[in-house]
Design a binder for this molecule. Structure first.
Ligand SMILES: [Ca+2]
Ligand SMILES: [Ca+2]
Length: 346
């Protein structure tokens, strides 16, 4: 009897332990399922936020285009007193905000202007033209080796013959530890310069605030109403000192110059003979603008960079867009802020 009673008690104990184990197992499975569901819900939420942000960014691009197209330009002029030149704007949207700013690109040196496109669409060096001289001049102002112009031209031109001893084509790049070929086409982003012979990080950092890569060969147009860097003006007119160039930019009204004649009549230009090809580069309007937009929805942050081209007086075309943060340091934010605070109507 005593033996049977002990056995029954032991069986009850085992059953209790088994029940406890099953309960524990079920609890673990339930907790795991809950966590998986939570992760899935969060993931779906993030995907939703990301898609929502992209829609807002495209809307921002459309808004920018409509502002340009709605801005009647009786006089073909773009200046820092216009809507697009205001500080970064922020709009509250559902569960977040949308912000963006527009910067014109006719205030920097277009590195693709160093080549010209022939009828057969091949690119050849535009040596001895105004762009070439301006780039040499910019390199000198920045105390960089002027030979850097040749490796850049070789990177752009269609042929694979070195332009000079300082140039570089496939023969040079194929011997590198990680070999590659010369692009032999227009540059789409200035960061590509880092692949070119001589364009070290130090050179790139010095140069990048002054240059841009516009999708057009043999195209150099500088808007005298938006340039912010004295170097850009002096690069075209070496007889103009950097101090005088800075003075011109610092004393310019937000509405800019009404005509090229007003600009060239400035006292700082007295005694300087400016040739017609340089005069034709210095204009009152811009053709290219970059839109930098950011959408913050929930915990998600998305970016858009779009290159806009203003065609004629009222049409704006998107040349390219990518959903990432604008990488180039151009223009220097501190310079932009200083000028904006000092001279532009908030
Ligand atoms: Ca070449
Ligand atoms: Ca080449």
């Amino acid at each position: 009897m005593h033996y049977l009673s002990t056995k029954i008690k032991l069986n009850k104990g085992i059953a209790l332990v088994a029940v406890l184990l099953i309960v524990a197992l079920v609890s673990v499975i339930a907790t795991s399922m809950t966590q998986t569901n939570l992760i899935e819900i969060r993931r779906s939420g993030n995907i939703y936020d990301y898609q929502q942000a992209r829609h807002y960014l495209i809307a921002a691009e459309q808004l920018a285009i409509s502002q340009f197209e709605g801005n009647k330009r009786d006089i073909k002029r773009d200046d820092l007193g216009q809507f697009w030149a205001s500080d970064a704007l922020m709009f509250p949207v559902e569960r977040g905000n949308l912000s963006g700013e527009i910067i014109d690109l006719n205030r920097c040196f277009n590195i693709n202007s160093l080549v010209k496109e022939k009828e057969d669409r091949s690119l050849v060096a535009g040596k001895d033209n105004t762009s070439y001289n301006a780039y040499i001049s910019l390199l000198s102002i920045l105390e960089l080796p002027t030979q850097l112009v040749d490796s850049l031209i070789d990177w752009l031109d269609t042929n694979t013959d070195e332009i000079s001893y300082d140039g570089a084509e496939d023969n040079y790049y194929e011997l590198l530890i990680k070999p590659y070929k010369s692009a032999n086409t227009l540059i789409s982003d200035i960061s590509e310069l880092r692949l070119i012979k001589g364009y070290t990080a130090e050179v790139y950092n010095k140069l990048s605030p002054f240059i841009c890569a516009l999708p057009k060969a043999d195209y150099l147009k500088i808007n005298i109403n938006t340039i912010m860097q004295a170097e850009i003006l002096t690069m075209l007119i070496p007889e103009l000192s950097l101090n005088n160039a800075r003075e011109i930019i610092d004393t310019r009204e937000p509405e800019g110059f009404k005509s090229q004649e007003d600009f060239f009549a400035l006292a700082q230009f007295s005694g300087i003979n400016i040739n017609n090809s340089v005069k034709s580069i210095l204009q009152l309007d811009s053709d290219y603008f970059i839109l930098k937009a950011k959408a913050e929805i929930g915990k998600s942050r998305s970016y858009l960079t779009s290159l806009l081209q203003q065609q004629g007086s009222k049409q704006v075309k998107v040349i390219w867009r990518h959903f990432k943060k604008h990488p180039a340091p151009f223009p220097k934010e501190n310079e932009r802020k200083t000028l904006t605070k000092g001279t532009i109507v908030e």
